[in-house]
Design a protein around this ligand. Sequence first.
Ligand code: PLP
Length: 408
Amino acid sequence: MKIKKGIPLIDQHDKNYMYGGKFGGNFIPETLKKPIDDLTKLFAKLRKDKKFLKERDYHFKNYVGTPTPFIKLENLTEHLGGAQIYAKVVSEANGGAHKIYNATVHCLIAKRAGKKYIVGDTGAGYAGKMLAMAAKKFGLKCKIFMGSRDIKRQRPNVEAMKKNGAEIVPVTTGSQTLVDAVSECMRYWVSNCDTTHMCVGSTVGPNIFIKICAFSTAQISRELIEQIKDEFGRIPNKLKLLNCVGGGSSAMGFWNEFMDTNAEFIGIEAGGPKNSKLHAAPLTNGSKVGILHGAAQYVIQDKEGQIGSIESCSAGLMYPGISPLHCFLKDTKRARYVSATDEEALKAYQLVSQLENISPSLEPSHAFAEAIKIAPRCKSSEIIVVNSCGDSIKDKDIIKQKLGSYIR
Ligand SMILES: Cc1ncc(COP(=O)(O)O)c(C=O)c1O
């Protein structure tokens, strides 16, 4: 299994849409074949269409508000010693997280496809909030599927979805979290695909959704590579790019343009509560390959091969699988994956928010936890960049409950 240079990672699949012959594919019901084929053809055309790309770039600049800042975390660097720590503050994008890129592109595609309705899934609520926002902007009617447990714990984003006119469909099956929301959303789409476009909120699902999502979030690294060259005059020899991974969309976007460079990719999964066997870290814990939401990937499973129980303080990282693209990056050793526990993430949130002017949500706090671990062991010539891909405001209640106070 090998990654080819000079070819976008999303296109490195075989005729069955498998990466490395092992991950991805389209394991879909017969009823979805035509809508998926239609969308695949439309996207193949649009990604080469200069007018469409111009429109996308216009909205990235004037609606999403890019480029997002690239800043040095001077106080954290001094506090830890060792590597110089920087952040790409993607949480400064409109709405407060990277999910706005995918939502914007999906709405533009839905318009081109002549669809009036758009549906999507959400865990942490950012994918739902952003889809609701973009749908409102582009004149589409929006429905969001969200697990009942997540509705309770991500209140600010639920309010934002309502404010933007979306209908929220509570999902009460299974674990009542992201995995069930994606399943219900796909079920709904099967019966409504003639009038409705579906947006999958991460780089998961049938191949076309992985492609659209990674194509959209790649904007993050398109900006970052320029910002890094501007800061250092070149791409530094020892550059570590740290990103949390749930489904894997922000990490894919953060790494994409650096694929053929020497930059080291470190993905941080949710290790769950410290003294529990539960986690949401399939790559770190050697999970087996299974099929989830239409794609082969490493999946947390029980002894019978059913989807296993998972846990994390971070709703956005609570997915039992992981993008086939990350499975491919892991098996080719292009990226390595570790995990951080709930406690480590909460501590990292606290330290970063106390020392710096940013306040990462619990998802990127997992990546900051790894930065805090490794920075003191590095030389000062080494550069760590963390993707601060979400704002903590949505986690206010959980943070107050766990730490006693909320700093922002
Ligand atoms: C702020 C934030 N970061 C990270 C994630 C994890 O998703 P992904 O791995 O697709 O970026 C989420 C998911 O909701 C999120 O809201």
